[in-house]
Design a protein around this ligand. Structure first.
Ligand SMILES: *[C@@H]1O[C@H](CO)[C@@H](O)[C@H](O)[C@H]1NC(C)=O
Ligand SMILES: *[C@@H]1O[C@H](CO)[C@@H](O)[C@H](O)[C@H]1NC(C)=O
Ligand SMILES: *[C@@H]1O[C@H](CO)[C@@H](O)[C@H](O)[C@H]1NC(C)=O
Length: 394
């Protein structure tokens, strides 16, 4: 009796140990193939290439961490944002769209209203009289269904119901992030797609705030050097709504055809509220009076081309922006004022980041002379943008 009892005890112990080892192994298996439509939403999706690591949140399809290598090969996070244990700001409207995909219509719609096919639509005004970045609860505050496609690619999808923030039609929108490692550069390629059940304006944009010096400590981007391939820009009124004019950049502080430091002429940009750049730059092919001619399903008929390039002489990190969009919103972090504590508790100062949002022109739904942004049933919105990171050693 006694020996066989001992034997069965041993067998039981073995079974328990084996079960425990199995559980431990399970925990260690990559838990990446998560589909939030089928189960619990993942907190984060991580994709990586040799020289770049990207963390994406299902909330707002947000780029929460963007790690690139500086001129010495050291890793730096160059995207402003919040820590994973502090996600509330992304959802409750306190985040100024850090890293988020904004929609249904990025940027401003004057008087939060527009006419389409003879009908007037009223949107939620969330920026004075105007609608900004999709309204009070725009796409950046919704949880998207998230799917990791591979080690280097992830897709996030959102269904926006008919009447969402006042917009007509049910829209199914997605953004796919894909990393492509080159010999001396690494791309974050973004494909924004949308389809609709009724005509609606569409203007999706990635609103990442970059600081190419890294976001581990407070610093500004005034010494970053920027070049933008724009000969024209769209002047704005006191509510930051384009007046409808398309003006040459020549002789203005908006002329970045030759590279300049962001801070060099920034004091010349005065407007109500904090000064600085918050300007739609007109990209190639949309110059002057022909501006309205060239869009198809809200994007350019031209293939992806380089729109701008920024580098930080200190870190040696360079970011090129490529797109098939007609416009590029250049924002110099004017409203940052140290009141927001982001990752690691770092307080982001004024001009602590820049944004370069590829988009159609602001308020284009109310400006017939601008490239148009109405998507109709059967049409397919395919907006592309590339962040190309490279080391600049001068
Ligand atoms: C949003 O969340 C942050 C962080 O938890 C909190 O400090 C802030 O008060 C919240 N704001 C609103 C409007 O709920
Ligand atoms: C809203 O529009 C009214 C009427 O045009 C104007 O008087 C007011 O200043 C505007 N509000 C803001 C915040 O600009
Ligand atoms: C934009 O400017 C860069 C120089 O920074 C140039 O290499 C690129 O070809 C230009 N792109 C277009 C479309 O003009």
């Amino acid at each position: 009796m006694a020996p066989s009892n001992q034997q069965s005890l041993r067998i039981w112990l073995l079974v328990i140990v084996a079960a425990l080892m199995f559980l431990v192994l399970l925990q260690r298996l990559p838990s990446r193939q998560v589909d939030s439509q089928k189960g619990e939403a993942p907190i984060i999706l991580a994709i990586g290439a040799q020289d770049l690591e990207l963390h994406i949140l299902p909330i707002g399809a947000v780029v929460q961490r963007l790690i690139v290598r500086d001129k010495l090969g050291a890793k730096r996070d160059v995207a402003l944002g919040f820590d994973l244990d502090d996600l509330a700001p992304y959802q409750n409207g306190t985040s100024p769209y850090f890293g988020a995909v904004v929609g249904r219509v990025a940027n401003r719609v004057k008087n939060a209203a527009f006419q389409l096919d003879g009908k007037t639509y009223h949107l939620t005004a969330n920026d004075g009289n105007n609608s900004l970045h999709g309204g009070k609860k725009g796409w950046s505050m919704h949880t998207w269904s998230a799917k990791q496609l591979s080690k280097t690619s992830a897709k996030l999808t959102l269904v926006s119901p008919d009447g969402d923030e006042g917009y007509p039609g049910q829209v199914t929108a997605s953004v796919t992030y894909t990393l492509v490692q080159g010999r001396d550069s690494t791309d974050v390629r973004m494909l924004f797609e949308a389809a609709t059940t009724a005509p609606t304006p569409i203007n999706m944009a990635q609103h990442c705030y970059f600081n190419l010096g890294g976001v581990h400590e407070p610093s500004d981007v005034l010494d970053h050097r920027i070049q933008i391939n724009s000969s024209y820009y769209t002047p704005v009124d006191s509510e930051t709504i384009p007046t409808g004019e398309v003006e040459p950049v020549k002789g203005t502080p908006f002329d970045f055809r030759e590279e300049h430091a962001i801070g060099e002429r920034i004091a010349q940009i005065t407007r109500p509220g904090p000064g600085g750049y918050d300007t739609n730059m007109v990209l190639w092919g949309f110059d002057g009076p022909d501006a309205a001619l060239h869009t198809h399903n809200c994007v350019s008929a031209i293939e992806v081309q380089q729109a701008a390039s920024v580098h930080d002489p200190e870190s040696g990190i360079q970011l090129d922006i490529l797109t098939n969009s007609p416009g590029l919103q250049f924002y110099s972090g004017n409203f940052l004022d140290g009141s927001i504590a982001g990752k690691g508790g770092v307080r982001y100062p004024q001009h602590g980041a820049f944004a370069l949002e590829t988009q159609v022109f602001p308020n284009s739904i109310n400006t017939p002379s601008f490239p148009q942004c109405v998507l109709r049933p059967g049409g397919k919105y395919e907006h592309k943008a590339i962040w190309r990171f490279r080391k600049k050693i001068d």
